[in-house]
Design a binder for this molecule. Structure first.
Ligand SMILES: C[S@@+](CC[C@H](N)C(=O)[O-])C[C@H]1O[C@@H](n2cnc3c(N)ncnc32)[C@H](O)[C@@H]1O
Length: 238
């Protein structure tokens, strides 16, 4: 199967991966359904920093991916980083290297951190980035919330700078609004995404075209230049 790079595919990722050879991707960075029914009421978040946001009822978070899907992710890629891995330990090997994303939440209802399992033989790594209702770490370059479980693009950039090598081909089989794909685009990594929901695919496509608008609008309303993107890259390489 001929795969186009730097594209999002509106497909079931299991069916998509079945068409691919072993080790096709260098790295999977993904955030699958955690099986916690996160948007069963259609609203996400309670009290705290802002009132709950309406995303519409959805059922995709009823269960985690199947064992077959995990086997395929491990087959088609050389390395993997899987958010919510703590809900999926039956399908993942013990690892020395988990990623801890400290969301800098300011109340006791929401989790302080999220965990990602990795296949790397490294130590645990931590990234602190506030993501609490309307409050974000970088209020000057605030990201629009378009998906009920959207991850911050700077989290994706931090992961790429820590775990990917120049020239790597990155895959996100559960792309959602495409936060990790946008990070790839900003840092010049080749990528492929899959997302089963066509509305999310449209959001993802729009963000990929307009990523400088959504994620890099400067305080004066101008869009960030290539030069400022490079300085972001350097900032995360420190
Ligand atoms: C946790 S969300 C990902 C959110 C994403 N990280 C973001 O920043 O927007 C998981 C996504 O997987 C999608 N999904 C669920 N099952 C899928 C499947 N079999 N193939 C592709 N996408 C799937 C859901 O529609 C949902 O958007």
């Amino acid at each position: 199967m001929e795969i186009q790079h730097n594209q999002i595919y509106n497909e079931d990722c299991l069916e998509f991966m079945k068409k691919l050879p072993d080790n096709y991707f260098d790295l999977i960075i993904t955030d699958p359904p955690y099986g916690i029914d996160v948007c069963k009421t259609g609203k996400v978040g309670i009290k705290g920093a802002s009132k709950p946001k309406e995303y519409g009822v959805c059922e995709w978070d009823n269960s985690i991916p199947t064992e077959e899907c995990f086997k395929e992710m491990l087959r088609v890629s050389k390395n993997q980083i899987i958010f919510g891995g703590n809900y999926m330990t039956q399908y993942l090997n013990p690892s020395s290297c988990w990623i801890v994303w400290d969301k800098d939440n300011q109340d006791s209802f929401f989790a302080d951190c999220e965990l990602a399992w990795t296949s790397f033989d490294k130590a645990v790594r931590k990234f602190k980035y506030r993501w609490w209702g309307m409050l974000q770490e970088n209020m000057k370059w605030k990201e629009k919330r378009l998906h009920p479980t959207q991850k911050p693009v700077p989290l994706g950039r931090w992961i790429l700078n820590k775990f990917a090598k120049e020239g790597d081909l990155i895959f996100d089989p559960f792309a959602g609004s495409g936060s990790f794909l946008v990070a790839c685009k900003q840092l010049g990594f080749k990528f492929v995404g899959c997302e089963i929901n066509k509305d999310y695919v449209e959001i993802c496509k729009r963000r990929l075209v307009q990523q400088s608008v959504d994620d890099f609008t400067l305080p004066n309303g101008n869009f960030a230049t290539q030069k400022s993107l490079i300085s972001v890259k350097e900032e995360f390489q420190k």
